[in-house]
Write a protein that binds this ligand. Structure first.
Ligand code: CA
Length: 496
């Protein structure tokens, strides 16, 4: 079976002339040619800033750029019609659409309500700092621009567990909403700040059965609209596990389809917490390997002082490879974003080889590494900062090598702190498959590695173009492969 390769087809500051949905349509054939067969698209529904929202501040899940709401018909990425065209263009290339699902919160309510609340200590959400009192808060969603099309459901204060703004008091705080479904927070995976149910905006109350039903109805409507093959679940550590399991089971049973599911559970240095989540979801979801991203960040920052034999230590791809989506960076870790921790440029080719060319994990390519990105935003001190993310030169070639050559038995040579390598033996039914990778975070290096007797006498070249020599495999199926200083070489069969 051909390797699975995912791309995150946006970054936080995407604002090119061509709206994203149009760009997806025009690029679909190229993505298919590269070997990308799953595309994660950003949240497609109308959000509070209308045409300016990235999409995680979602307002109306049923408005895919169709209704005049939040001062715009299109979303940041275009109209519903353009979205459907983009989805069709991907499906024409046999590329799976992975839809971004934001279930933790809603934002931009239409009407105020009187809401009984208690203030909580932001650092310990289980500690209430007031008795119950009433505030006026934006908790009622009537979607006047949509006028009940697709769904007549009205969201109100009984649909939320918390909010962070009291309109009458003009006060910003974390308010726990007191409703008939429970007077405290829901049980969620993260116990940061005591209980991390509340992240932002209007936090959704899953103990309300009407909410649970409405989100299932929406899931059905969304699937029937775009026929996506997978979901990327946002911010799962703030959402009750039980409901996500229930929703996924509903979707799988309803449509008799084994969706590809990947969840964002942002944990940098404690792989045990990711494993606990896998237990709680009983393998229903794959997880992004934020622990591997963190190792990449450290390795890039520490240069030759980082021990490359440890690059997979304490990562999910090492402990649960079958449920891991690997990545280098994403829209949250890019510079000037909330979880900033961008892997330094020199290391990105090494990092990509470690996710694209090995057996373990489904790799997710970041948009900015394929196309580059330029933007301005405030830095932590509040000053304007210019950022340019340079696309990685060798990335398209490396993605293609994943598609054509990265198959078969894997042999690892993680035996030197600065220079590591591995080989893939290839498969008989994939012509010219098999490869050897050597990378160094210090001086140039080489490795004597076995690639298999089936390759005896074949000539290999570095597809990255970093080394010019040719390498011939000996009768025992071994050869010495090289890499230049601070770089990676990807050796593949030389073809005529
Ligand atoms: Ca929540």
């Amino acid at each position: 079976m051909v390797n699975q390769t995912l791309i995150q087809y946006f970054h936080w500051y995407y604002q090119d002339e061509q709206k994203l949905w149009q760009k997806v349509s025009s690029e679909a054939a190229r993505l298919g040619d590269l070997g990308i067969n799953r595309v994660w698209l950003p949240p497609a529904y109308k959000s509070t800033e209308g045409a300016n929202s990235v999409g995680y501040d979602c307002y109306d899940l049923f408005d895919l750029g169709e209704f005049d709401q939040k001062n715009s018909i299109p979303t940041k990425y275009g109209t519903k019609e353009e979205y459907l065209q983009a989805v069709n263009a991907l499906h024409d290339q046999d590329i799976m659409v992975v839809a971004d699902i934001v279930f933790n919160h809603k934002a931009g309510a239409d009407e105020l309500e009187k809401v009984p609340v208690r203030r909580v200590n932001p650092d310990n959400r289980n500690e209430y700092t007031s008795d119950v009192f009433e505030i006026e808060a934006w908790t009622k969603f009537t979607f006047p621009g949509r006028k009940g099309q697709y769904s007549e459901f009205i969201w109100d204060k009984s649909c939320f567990t918390g909010i962070d703004w009291a309109e009458d008091l003009q006060e910003s705080a974390i308010f726990s909403i007191q409703n008939e479904y429970g007077d405290g927070w829901e049980d969620v995976p993260s116990d940061e700040n005591g209980n991390y149910d509340y992240l932002m905006y209007n936090d959704i109350e899953f103990r309300n059965p009407a909410v649970r039903d409405e989100l299932k109805r929406w899931g059905e409507w969304y699937y029937e609209t775009i026929k996506m093959g997978g979901f990327r679940l946002d911010a799962v550590k703030h959402i009750p596990v039980r409901y996500l399991n229930e929703w996924l089971d509903h979707m799988r049973n309803k449509f008799d389809r084994d969706f590809f599911i990947v969840a964002e559970n942002w944990i940098l240095d404690d792989v045990e917490k990711l494993k606990t989540y896998i237990d709680q979801t009983q393998g229903r979801m794959q997880l992004f390997d934020s622990t591997l991203h963190h190792n990449f960040f450290l390795a890039a920052a520490q240069g030759h002082e980082y021990d490359m034999t440890q690059i997979f230590e304490n990562t999910l791809v090492q402990t649960n490879p079958e449920l891991t989506v690997t990545f280098v960076d994403n829209h949250d870790s890019q510079p000037l974003q909330s979880l900033e921790g961008y892997v330094d440029f020199w290391f990105r080719p090494l990092a990509y080889s470690l996710i694209l060319l090995r057996e373990q994990g489904v790799p997710c390519i970041f948009y900015a590494d394929l196309y580059g990105a330029k933007y301005v935003d405030k830095d932590k001190e509040g000053n304007d900062a210019d950022v340019e993310l340079i696309g990685m030169d060798g990335l398209p070639g490396m993605i293609k090598v994943r598609k054509t050559a990265s198959y078969g038995f894997q042999r690892d040579y993680f035996d030197h702190p600065n220079c590591i390598g591995w080989t893939r033996e290839g498969e008989d039914d994939m012509e010219n498959s098999g490869l050897a990778v050597v990378l160094s975070n210090s001086e140039e290096g080489s490795k004597n590695m076995e690639i298999g007797k089936g390759h005896a006498g074949k000539v290999f070249i570095d597809s990255m173009g970093n080394r010019q020599e040719e390498v011939t495999i000996n009768e025992e199926g071994w050869a010495e492969f090289f890499c230049a200083a601070g770089s990676v070489s990807v050796w593949i069969v030389k073809t005529a």
